[in-house]
Design a binder for this molecule. Structure first.
Ligand code: HEC
Ligand code: HEC
Length: 402
């Protein structure tokens, strides 16, 4: 046993130049205790217990060194900075179906890379039925002033958000209620698995699995998912200011940008008489994150049914709301409005509802933007420029399971 452990640490030594051995030093025979196998877990992404299950690079991807444009000014990382090994562990957890009570659902079932980490189904399917709201894109979640998550902002941090779907009866099922297993059962199961002992050692220095560590690793992975290779970014970098036309944009895209940015001028009846559409007041460039002070936007319908959902005041970043070619990343808003045209039609003529943001009720009336066809097409053309390419294909965010 001691020999095996020593071989592993030699293997690590040759790959990294440094043995990352935690706990007992395996080759000191005098200190070998009966539980040496557990105590001498090493960090080695090329170890057999990893490579038999997962395709991971032997040196982790550079999650923490990804370039961020200088004009990006907000970051909700807090006290859990991305590390390469932490995000690697988060990636494995994100794609692991063992995180659901019947072994069929992973985070990625409802957050699919090909759809900007959202779900093409209006209502995502979990282990016990369908979720009550549409899934959210996980793009640039880090680059937002708002640090509360979910459509209704009920998770105070991204860390706290990440284990809620695991404990949700419908979504992943480790609820601990009515005979269902609990998250501590899941922690105990993961603790027994050799590849997780290795991966937790890489991320945290020892093999101990806990809910807090799962939250940290999952949040690091989610925060690592970034998209800054859009045509918007190309133009923004060239002129350094949203307010002037971008040289790489068509005339239509520049018109759409102007309409998105400018406030609307309304008459006393809430009818637009000039200006733009005022979108940037809530979806703020260059991050396109939601203003943390936003109230609801008047979309209060619930999925597949009657009723209202007045608490929804968050939107994911509008980056990658559709793909660059205009194709869909799934429906929009919590009630799964289909497509940009429908989303714009909503803002064109607002019905005041309880809790609606005052920016959408000029003079106490629901706004009537009266967008022309030319303006609507221009807005759609501009929103497409917010999509990148790398997000959809980069291996560092893909399924690592063989
Ligand atoms: C069964 C489908 C499903 C599964 C599985 C699932 N999610 Fe979600 N996710 C959703 C839905 C639906 C929402 C929006 C829910 C709401 O607001 O009530 C959401 C919201 C989120 C958000 C909030 C994004 C934001 O901008 O506020 C994050 C982050 C997230 N999920 C991460 C995860 C992680 C991590 C896992 C795995 C541990 C996971 N999800 C598993 C469907 C799912
Ligand atoms: C008062 C703040 C506010 C203003 C102004 C505003 N929005 Fe929104 N927007 C929101 C909120 C809140 C949501 C989430 C709504 C929901 O799910 O019910 C949202 C959602 C969206 C979505 C769907 C995002 C997703 O991930 O599904 C799009 C697209 C959108 N808005 C575009 C626009 C455009 C274009 C304008 C200008 C015409 C605009 N918004 C003006 C607050 C605002």
């Amino acid at each position: 046993m001691a020999i095996l452990a020593m071989e592993t640490s030699m293997n690590t030594l040759s790959r990294f130049g440094l043995p990352l051995v935690f706990g007992l030093i395996a080759c000191d025979a005098a200190t070998v205790a009966p539980d040496v196998e557990e105590a001498a877990v090493v960090c080695n992404l090329a170890a057999a217990e990893i490579t038999s299950i997962l395709t991971l690079p032997s040196t982790p991807f550079d999650y923490d060194g990804q370039p961020v444009p200088t004009y990006i000014g907000v970051d909700n990382t807090g006290s859990n900075p991305i590390t390469d090994y932490g995000a690697t562990l988060g990636r494995v957890l994100f794609y692991d179906r063992a995180l659901s009570s019947d072994g069929t659902i992973s985070c990625a079932s409802c957050h699919q890379q090909a759809f900007a980490f959202s779900d093409p189904s209006d209502a995502s399917t979990g282990v016990n039925g369908t979720a009550g709201r549409h899934s959210m894109r996980l793009v640039n979640a880090r680059f937002a002033e708002e640090d509360a998550f979910f459509w209704d902002e009920r998770a105070a941090t991204l860390e706290l958000q990440t284990t809620q779907p695991i404990q949700d009866h419908v979504e992943m099922g480790f609820s601990g209620q009515d005979g269902a297993p609990s998250i501590s059962d899941l922690v105990a199961t993961l603790q027994e698995q050799a590849h997780y002992q290795n991966l937790f050692t890489c991320a945290f220095g020892d093999a101990g699995v806990s809910e807090v560590r799962m939250q940290q690793a999952l949040a690091q992975f989610v925060r690592s998912i970034q998209s800054f290779d859009s045509r918007y970014d190309e133009g923004r970098a060239q002129v350094g200011n949203d307010g002037v036309p971008f040289p790489n944009f068509t005339a239509e895209e520049n018109l759409g940008k102007e309409i998105f940015l400018r406030r609307a001028d309304f008459n006393g009846a809430g009818v637009r008489v000039g200006g733009g559409a005022g979108c940037a007041g809530c979806h703020r460039p260059p991050e396109f994150d939601i203003d943390p002070r936003s109230d609801n936007n008047g979309v209060v319908g619930v999925l597949a049914g009657v009723g209202t959902d007045l608490e929804v005041t968050r939107s994911p970043s509008l980056r990658d709301v559709v793909k660059a070619d205009g194709s869909s990343n799934g429906a929009m808003m919590h009630s799964a409005i289909g497509g940009l045209a429908a989303a714009l039609a909503h803002y064109d003529s607002i019905e005041p509802v309880p809790g609606i943001d005052q920016r959408l009720t000029p003079a106490g009336q629901g706004q009537q933007l009266g967008l022309t066809d030319v303006e609507t097409s221009a807005l759609v053309a501009f929103l497409r420029t917010l999509a990148g390419e790398d997000l959809y294909t980069n291996v560092m965010w893909s399924d690592p399971f063989r």
